[in-house]
Design a protein around this ligand. Structure first.
Ligand SMILES: [Zn+2]
Length: 256
């Protein structure tokens, strides 16, 4: 049995691990198109995998991931028009995160790490966490501390140079592209169809949003940059960076 998943342990085991100070990881993703070669759950699978590796290394627990995220945006996820992209309003996502963190806090958790897998979630997660911490304080619970992060920010410059010798397009344009495809080849290769990788990118976006989204702005495939060249080995390099660098940050913040 893999003892890091809250969904797979009993309440006495949960109680014991929390009492020992286990940090609780909450992966938050999205159900969103990722081109024809990747599944709709990429933004859930990847932060969940990063969180599980971190929990194994640090003696933490992984809460069931939140599978829906804030609305997909044209310049970072292609937008809401792709079939299957199913999203929450910012308000709903905020309240889901607030309720989950608050309940975990009522049951003794004091260290939280929200691992975000979908760019658009960032501010609703900040808000949900803020409301949860305020509520816990009002409930008389003190000593809680939380981190909120985007896993992709924890990457060594030398890894970026190795994977992107011609220059890194930036995480928003990387949607369904080299990074996410490489990581999926590592984490869930059974769900990747390399033969369906499109070649209609990279997108060229102005530095602003337009509503309604102009026709032709987003590549028809939904892939915003280029997925070609993705490998499992690159996925492993990325995962190693994420786990090493995030572990260091967590150890620093939580005095582990
Ligand atoms: Zn996304």
């Amino acid at each position: 049995m893999d003892e890091v998943y809250i969904s797979e342990i009993s309440w006495p085991v949960f109680e014991e691990k929390i009492a020992a100070g286990a940090p609780v990881f909450l992966p938050v993703g999205a159900t969103e198109q990722h081109g024809p070669h990747l599944p709709l759950g990429v933004d859930v699978f990847l932060p969940a995998a990063v969180a599980a590796n971190l929990a194994r290394r640090l003696g933490g627990l992984v809460a069931p991931p939140i599978p829906y995220g804030y609305k997909s945006q044209a310049r970072s996820g292609g937008g809401q028009q792709f079939p299957g992209t199913t999203s929450l309003s910012a308000h709903t996502l905020t309240l889901v995160v607030k309720d989950v963190i608050h309940d975990l806090g009522l049951h003794g958790a004091r260290r939280f790490v929200i691992v975000n897998g979908h760019c658009e979630n960032a501010w609703p997660l900040v808000e949900g966490l803020d409301l949860a911490m305020t509520e816990l304080r009002r409930d008389g619970i003190s000593g809680t501390k939380a981190m909120r992060l985007e896993y992709w920010d924890f990457i060594r410059p030398e890894t970026l140079e190795r994977l992107f010798p011609d220059g890194y397009p930036g995480i928003e344009l990387e949607h369904a592209s080299l990074l996410e495809t490489s990581l999926m080849l590592l984490v869930r290769p059974d769900l990747v169809s390399p033969e369906l990788m499109p070649d209609d990118g990279p997108a060229e976006f102005p530095p602003y949003d337009v509503t309604p989204v102009p026709k032709g702005l987003v590549p028809a495939s939904g892939v915003l940059a280029v997925a070609q060249g993705a490998t499992k080995e690159s996925g492993q390099l990325l995962m190693d960076d994420y786990v090493t660098l995030i572990s260091e940050a967590i150890a620093k913040e939580f005095d582990l």
